[in-house]
Design a binder for this molecule. Structure first.
Ligand code: ADP
Length: 446
């Protein structure tokens, strides 16, 4: 097992990882930019190293500075969290060269899944169902039209190197195709440095359902059920729950075992998420995230497992101790992403927290790194907390969520709490009757 883990991240996820390490008796090193000197993840770590000025490109993404911090502190492993360097295969390579363990999968698996075209090919080879579309990148409008006619309009043009919902364009018919193709490619080139785009059938009313996996790289893999992340704004998840209101136990086991077998066959190591769109009873693979996800606590709530500790154990070379039959699911959990943003306009609202009272009580978890008097810097993601609520069933969970949202006080900045207060009373949400477009439609109408 590791003696000391450097956590290459900030905010709630840095704290989350520190907590896992501390319970395992592992010392922690925080890194931070000059904007984060007073951040909670720095205060609570055993050691901390300032690695650069506020912009992430000069600090949290500064690989040489992070390697130096590892060497100065003698850290023997790095946990990347999510975002930042978590899916950067060259970072994983460089750590390997320095004999520091990257707490994540093999760089090769990050590489394969980071290229969405290659990821889709791999999924097909492993027997995972995918969205119908082009076999590889598409440049020529004539070829694009042939493929689009073949799969049927509307089609979605997606960036091979895309992420965070960026670089996607819908073409509803032939007249929109050529322009959508060229704007998507230009956008992809400027956002990701790679203009390669591909075509996919645009699904009209799917749900976003993802399967959490845990694997040790030695052919042992389990699935930990699904999360339904259909409530999205600009392709970004806002609310996540397990179970999905749309699946039953048989469907869960069916898709879960397809994914777990595929992951075992790949020799994948660590935690990962295989994301699907789900429509009319069919699953369609869209991508795999080779890291811990923001919404992992929802799965922890229904399985009782600590995903970060499992991830650290596997990275240290341990075999999985669980078989699929050891994994049991109980109750229902919902996570709301609390952002420092206006709940109507979604304009970021950095600034000082003047009052803070997080909710508590049975079945309530708040993962957050803010405190009263803390100033949210303007340089980073606006996520300031995650409220995760657990109940014996979905109804109890929703009632508890309503109760906790009423208790939550964050003053001094705008937050998205009022949005969740509206959502938790809406009949469609109460009935679990929503797809990936529901929230955008709701926001447009209110
Ligand atoms: P990213 O890596 O940018 O997050 P994804 O492939 O994971 O991209 O897709 C993000 C979101 O975009 C999905 O959750 C879904 O809402 C939407 N989306 C992706 N592919 C399709 C598709 N073929 N049809 C309809 N919506 C899609």
């Amino acid at each position: 097992m590791f003696d000391k883990v450097l956590i290459a991240n900030r905010g709630e996820i840095a704290l989350r990882i520190q907590r896992a390490c501390r319970e395992m008796g592992i010392a922690t090193v925080a890194i931070h930019s000059t904007a984060d000197e007073n951040a909670m993840h720095v205060r609570l770590a055993d050691e901390s190293v300032c690695i650069g000025p506020p912009p992430a490109s000069l600090s949290y993404l500064n690989i040489p500075a992070i390697i130096t911090a590892c060497e100065i502190t003698g850290a023997d492993a790095v946990h990347p969290g999510y975002g930042f360097l978590s899916e950067n295969d060259s970072f994983a390579d460089i750590l390997l060269e320095h004999k520091i363990t990257f707490i994540g999968p093999e760089p090769e698996h990050i590489r394969i899944m980071g290229d969405k075209i290659q990821a889709k090919r791999t999924a097909i080879d492993l027997g995972i169902p995918v969205v119908p579309g082009s076999e590889g990148g598409v440049e020529d409008p004539v070829e694009a039209l042939r493929i689009a006619k073949d799969i049927g309009f509307p089609v979605l043009i997606k960036a091979a190197s895309g992420g965070g919902g960026r670089g996607m364009k819908v073409a509803r018919d032939e007249s929109e195709l050529a322009e959508a193709l060229s704007t998507a490619s230009t956008e992809a080139k400027s956002a990701f440095g790679d203009g390669t785009v591909y075509l996919e059938k645009y699904l009209d009313k799917p749900r976003h359902i993802e399967i959490q996996v845990l694997s040790d790289g030695n052919g042992n893999a389990v699935h930990l059920g699904e999360r339904d992340c259909s409530l999205q704004r600009r392709h970004q998840k806002v609310w996540e729950e397990a179970f999905s209101p749309a699946l039953n136990a048989v469907q869960r086991e069916e898709i879960g075992s397809i994914v777990a077998n595929a992951i075992a066959e790949m020799g994948y190591s660590g935690v990962g998420t295989v994301e699907f769109l789900y429509e009319n009873g069919e699953f369609y693979f869209i991508e795999m995230n080779t890291r811990l996800q923001v919404e992992h606590p929802v799965t922890e709530a229904i399985t009782g497992l600590d995903l970060v500790q499992e991830q650290i154990r596997v990275a240290s070379g341990a075999r999985l101790t669980q078989k699929q039959s050891d994994i049991t699911f109980e109750g229902h959990a919902i996570e709301c992403r609390i952002n420092a943003e206006n709940a109507r306009t979604f304009v970021p609202s950095p600034g000082r927290i003047t009052a803070l009272h997080p909710p508590g009580g049975l079945g309530v978890r708040v993962d957050s790194a803010i405190y009263q008097g803390y100033s949210i810097p303007p340089y980073y993601d606006s996520l300031i907390g995650k409220l995760i609520v657990y109940g014996k069933n979905r109804t109890e969970c929703l009632m508890r969520l309503r109760r906790t949202l009423g208790e939550y006080v964050i003053e001094g900045v705008d937050t998205t709490i009022p949005l969740f207060q509206d959502l938790v009373g809406h009949p469609d949400i109460l009935n679990g009757d929503y797809d990936i477009h529901w929230l955008e439609n709701y926001l447009a109408a209110h």
